[in-house]
Every structure is written in structure tokens, then in C-alpha cells.
Write a protein that binds this ligand. Structure first.
Ligand SMILES: [Zn+2]
Length: 486
């Protein structure tokens, strides 16, 4: 193409003060040719392509090629396309899965992404997956298309709200038709784990962080072709005295800085020239290289109104159970008291296990006679089992002992989490199946579950043997000090 341009066989598009004309954009297996609108130019392009075909042996399929014109009438495009034997295309069109030339401020152009969200987070999946599984899917749903669109266009508020709504409904097991109770404010759920959330993160912050990456690229790749085109377009607009009213992608990217300023983030405080001035550093990330994650965390940290560090509810157990623990510690389980608070009418709020007191979370996990009986058995197994506690928080504080970090704390947390998990399982089996197993069976289940979790935790954990574990869990773990803890 370059040679064709130099020999004046093909006229590309002149971009203001760029040295060369622009004629070809290539990405992966796609190519876009841009040039002046003339039959001669178009025919010459076909001849160049023919030469390429002969040299490379790769056939050009004109049927798959499209022709479109900028500031050219539709009739002209159609007649030119017929002459070239290819199809006509109108703007906006889809390139590499992205709409090009459309107004991305309009929500309707985001419909493909919304449809994709709905398909991925569908009701049958919500029914078949555990809470933990749904949580993982919520995190990853954006996938390639979403990340791609989010990194080029700023999504309108309405679109973000729709997408967050789909994620929220899915997480709590509802669908677009049926509504389920959302047990915690979405803002709290998507917070970072250490701030008491599930670490899902907001889409808005992701969108802004992805767009800010262009600022970083602008600084670090000053000679890239896209920068030259963008700058040159901006210059020509400025010199012509016109103001861009269309809000092209670059203008939107520029406007992101304003959005960030509104939440109190000034990008230039983090994006600085390096000491010797030869390169740029991004101070938010320890690697000094721009990372979407670092900015996303910062935006979420401010916009989700994070509280100070809360009780950590993470133990070395599978994700599903970590989330169960999170729901226990933040009182987000559907106990009868909680259900009534949310307007569900029940024949009785009494605890299904003892039928004496209302079933609140503290009751079912701590003060119910069943919980006390199982706790008493566990006291015989481990000497540190919390006694005379009133509430779940109280219990967990005693388990954590001010957040000491060592293998013993890990063991206590794992057994505590297994205790909550098995009690809830017991309660559900009574409510839904009418079956209650004996206390001793539950105790054995807690011991085996916790054993399993500890073994899954690390390579060292695998060495722990069952006899040592049953004899004294902390000692068993200390014997295999390889247990890694967070
Ligand atoms: Zn009870």
C-alpha cells in the first residue's frame, strides 16, 4: 500500500499536519482501507489487492468486503459498490464487534451488551448455581465484549444502571420476571472484601479506569499513529474555530478526567514524568505502570463510601463457604426474623430447631439449644471454643483474637466457619426436608468439613492426618507448618 501511495496510484486521506496520508488500518484479520472517494482510487485499490492475492496466495473475498462513504450520498455508495462487486455499508457499522460511527451516548447502541449480560446471567443459571458461583459469574460477566466496549466508550448512566440491575438480580437468584429479596445494598455487596463486601467492583469505576488508560498511552506512546491522528484532528478543529459538538470517542475520553475530578480524583497527581524525564510513571501501582485495577479500586473506594476496615470474614475454605461466612457476619441470611423484616409473611417466626425463640441470626448460630449443645461437644474437642458469647460478632471476635495472624487463628477461623455452615445446613434440612440429624453427627460433619478445608488450603495441609486432627487440630497443623495463611 505504501508503494502504491508513493507512486500516486492510491490516494489515502490527508490528516492535517501528518507527514503521510492515512490509507490502511489493520487489526488481527481485519483491514480497513481509507481513501479519497473516486472510482479511479477504488479500482486501483482492487488492483493492489489483486497483486496481493497473486503474491501471497490468499484469496480476497469481495463478497465479504464492504464499502461505505463519509459525506457521500447513499445512492453513490450503492452504485460504487455495484461497480466494485462488493456490498455497501452504512455508518454506524460493526468493526471487530464494536459499533463504529454510532452515537454511544445513546443507550440503544448499548443494547447488544445488555442482551449479552441477560443471556449470560440467565435465570436457569441462577437456579443451578450456588451463591458463590453466581458471585464469580457476576465478576466475570463483562467478558471480552464488555471490556472492549468499556475501554473505548463511556457508558451512559442508564446503561450502567441497567447492567448493575441485571447483576444484582442474578446474584440474589432472581430473574427479570421474578423478584427475589436482595439481602444487602448492592453498594455494600460490590465493595472490596476487606471493606466488608464481596469484591465484585462497580462497572462505572471499571469503565472510567479503562478509559483513563488512554491518557497513559497518550503519554507513553507519543509516536503512535492513533495519537497523531487524534492530535491532528483536534488541531484542525481548533484552527478552523469550530467546536466539536458530536462528542467523538476522544472527546469522551477527555471528559473522563472531569468525571474523576467530580469524585475528587486528579489523574495528574498519579501520572507523572519519571525522575530523569525520559518516561512516565503511574504512582498508584507499585510497578509504576498504569493498571486499570489500581484506579478502579481508588474510584470504588471513594464512590462506594467505604467504611473503615471491617471484620475480615475470609478463611481458608472454598469460595462458596467464604461467601456463606460473609452472609453470616453481615446478618444477610434468610432467617425467619430477617424474612419478616423484609415483608415476607410467615406462619411463625419461631426457630424451626427449638420452637421456643424467634429465629434471628444470633439465635440460630449462638443461643439456640441445638447450637449450644453442638458448641458443648466442640468444647470437648478444642480448648479455645468461645464460651458465654451473646452474638455472632462476639463469637467471631473471640475466634479472631484481635486479628492475630498465625496458623492457629486460621484453624480457629476454619472450624468456626464450618460450625456456621453446618448449623445453617442443619436448619435448612429441618425447614425444607423435616429431617434433623443428631448433634454428634453434626459435630462429626464440622470436624470432617474443617479437616477437608484445611487440607485444601496448601500443599502442607495435605500432610495433616486425620488422627492428629481429631486429637488436636491446632497441633496437627503446627506439625505441618507449611500451612500458608493469608
Ligand atoms: Zn432455636
Amino acid at each position: 500500500m505504501k508503494e502504491a501511495q508513493q507512486a500516486n496510484i492510491f490516494q489515502g486521506v490527508r490528516v492535517n499536519n501528518m507527514v503521510e496520508d492515512v490509507a490502511l488500518f489493520q487489526f488481527a484479520d481485519d483491514a480497513i482501507f481509507v481513501g479519497e472517494w473516486s472510482l479511479k482510487n477504488a479500482k486501483n485499490l482492487l488492483r493492489v489487492l489483486k497483486c496481493f492475492e497473486v503474491c501471497s496466495g490468499l484469496k480476497i473475498n469481495l463478497n465479504k468486503s464492504r464499502l461505505s462513504g463519509v459525506t457521500v450520498t447513499k445512492e453513490e455508495v450503492i452504485s460504487m459498490a455495484r461497480r466494485l462487486d462488493c456490498k455497501e455499508e452504512s455508518i454506524p457499522f460493526i468493526y471487530l464487534g464494536l459499533p463504529v460511527g454510532g452515537n454511544m451516548k445513546s443507550a440503544k447502541n448499548w443494547q447488544p451488551l445488555i442482551d449479552k449480560f441477560c443471556a449470560k446471567l440467565s435465570s436457569w443459571k441462577a437456579k443451578t448455581l450456588s451463591f458463590g458461583g453466581r458471585c464469580c459469574l457476576c465478576k466475570s460477566v463483562l467478558g471480552t465484549l464488555g471490556t472492549y466496549m468499556f475501554s473505548l466508550y463511556k457508558a451512559p448512566k442508564k446503561v450502567i444502571n441497567t447492567l448493575e440491575g441485571i447483576r444484582r438480580r442474578f446474584l440474589w437468584g432472581g430473574t427479570s420476571e421474578t423478584k427475589k429479596i436482595c439481602w444487602a445494598a448492592w453498594e455494600k455487596v460490590i465493595r472490596e472484601k476487606k471493606c466488608g463486601g464481596l469484591g465484585i467492583g462497580s462497572l462505572r469505576a471499571l469503565n472510567l479506569a479503562l478509559l483513563t488508560k488512554w491518557r497513559w498511552r497518550e503519554k507513553t506512546e507519543p509516536n503512535a499513529m492513533w495519537i497523531m491522528i487524534v492530535k491532528s484532528c483536534a488541531d484542525s478543529l481548533r484552527s478552523s474555530g469550530l467546536r466539536s459538538s458530536t462528542g467523538g470517542s476522544w472527546n469522551t475520553i477527555r471528559s473522563v478526567e472531569k468525571d474523576l475530578n467530580e469524585v475528587g480524583i486528579n489523574v495528574s497527581t498519579f501520572l507523572k514524568p519519571s525522575g530523569d524525564g525520559s518516561s512516565w510513571v503511574w504512582e498508584l501501582d507499585s510497578s509504576n505502570i498504569y493498571s486499570v485495577k489500581s484506579l478502579r479500586k481508588l474510584i470504588d473506594g471513594i464512590t462506594l463510601r467505604l467504611l473503615k476496615r471491617k471484620r475480615s470474614g475470609s478463611v481458608g475454605s472454598p469460595c462458596k463457604n467464604n461467601i456463606h461466612l460473609w452472609r453470616v457476619l453481615s446478618d444477610k441470611l434468610p432467617t425467619r426474623v430477617n424474612l419478616t423484616k423484609r415483608g415476607v409473611v410467615l406462619p411463625s417466626v419461631d426457630c424451626p430447631l427449638c420452637n421456643i425463640r424467634p429465629e434471628s441470626l444470633d439465635h440460630v448460630m449462638i443461643s439456640c439449644s441445638i447450637a449450644l449443645a453442638i458448641g458443648a461437644h466442640l468444647t470437648n474437642w478444642v480448648d479455645w471454643w468461645p464460651r458465654r458469647v451473646q452474638s455472632v460478632t462476639d463469637f467471631w471476635d473471640k475466634i479472631r483474637r484481635n486479628g492475630e495472624k498465625n496458623a492457629n487463628t486460621e484453624v480457629r477461623k476454619i472450624i468456626g466457619a464450618a460450625f456456621f455452615s453446618m448449623l445453617w445446613k442443619l436448619r435448612n434440612s429441618k425447614v425444607f426436608k423435616g429431617v434433623v440429624q443428631s448433634d454428634l453427627e453434626t459435630v462429626r460433619e464440622i470436624q470432617t468439613t474443617a479437616y477437608h478445608w484445611v487440607r485444601c488450603r496448601s500443599k502442607g495441609g495435605r500432610l495433616i492426618n486425620w488422627e492428629d486432627w481429631i486429637c488436636n487440630p491446632a497441633n496437627a497443623v503446627n506439625l505441618c507448618t507449611a500451612l500458608a495463611y493469608r
